[in-house]
Design a protein around this ligand. Structure first.
Ligand SMILES: [Zn+2]
Ligand SMILES: [Zn+2]
Length: 253
């Protein structure tokens, strides 16, 4: 399984960091985690994947910087250059159905599927299997409903957790089970900064320890979160490998 960071930033535009978006791939099986603005263009630029190749999308929450590219993704698949017949699944938090029906109200048939089946579903607490990926989810504490996802490749058994946004919950830690290969955690607060609904490097590192992660990838960095400072702070609380995400970073797990 391969994880590629398509956007390591936040809602604040930065020269080097795009809005949140991640690619999980195991051979031809492809999932996207979050769809911040620009994600589908970064997908093409950084990994050569076009939208017709994506089997599933997992949306952590409906903040604009995490989900707005759903409309361009669906619109792009109406272009004759993109051949798509396989179903596309989109799973996300409560409110996803209303979000999609609002897009349809705005954009009409341009966001409806043509020649393939679109399956939109709100997370219902169950673990699901999609295309050889086992996917479970657990809520975090955020200003809107946010779900963190655990994605496991059924064949290789490698696994990662993506937190989306927010403070950890017991459910999230329980979801890690005996451990995960990678914890991809939001770290939008700089060292020593404490705010509701987000994590700083210490909190993300503590979570990695509790999830028994082999590797911690810190992402969703705001301007002013300097990688050296973030790394140093996290390293005091987590013994495993720590990686500061950059756009285009690819990790095999
Ligand atoms: Zn958010
Ligand atoms: Zn965010």
């Amino acid at each position: 399984m391969i994880l590629t960071v398509l956007g390591s930033g936040t809602s604040v535009p930065q020269r080097e960091r795009s809005a949140p978006g991640y690619l999980v791939r195991s051979e031809n099986r492809i999932l996207l985690l979050d769809l911040g603005p620009g994600t589908i263009w970064n997908l093409a630029r950084l990994s050569g994947v076009n939208p017709g190749m994506v089997q599933g999308v997992l949306l952590s929450h409906l903040h604009i910087d995490h989900c707005i590219d759903l409309a361009p993704l669906l619109f792009s698949m109406r272009a004759p250059e993109i051949e798509r017949e396989a179903p596309l699944r989109v799973m996300g938090p409560p409110g996803l159905n209303r979000y999609y029906s609002s897009l349809r109200d705005l954009y009409g048939h341009w966001v409806e599927p043509a020649g393939y089946e679109l399956q939109i579903c709100e997370w219902d607490g169950e673990t699901v299997e999609w295309e050889g990926f086992r996917i479970s989810a657990a809520p975090t504490v955020h200003s809107v409903p946010n779900i963190s996802f655990r994605v496991q490749d059924v064949d290789s058994r490698s696994s990662c957790i993506y937190t989306g946004d927010g403070e950890p919950t017991e459910d999230l830690i329980r979801m890690a089970g005996p451990g995960v290969n990678v914890l991809l955690a939001e770290c939008s607060l700089g060292p020593g900064k404490i705010e509701e609904n987000h994590m700083n490097p210490t909190q993300a590192a503590d979570l990695a320890t509790e999830c028994r992660a082999e590797k911690l990838v810190l992402s969703h960095l705001n301007p002013g979160c300097y990688p050296d400072d973030v790394y140093r702070d996290a390293a005091e609380h987590f013994d495993g490998e720590i990686v500061i995400a950059t756009d285009g970073l690819t990790i095999s797990l």
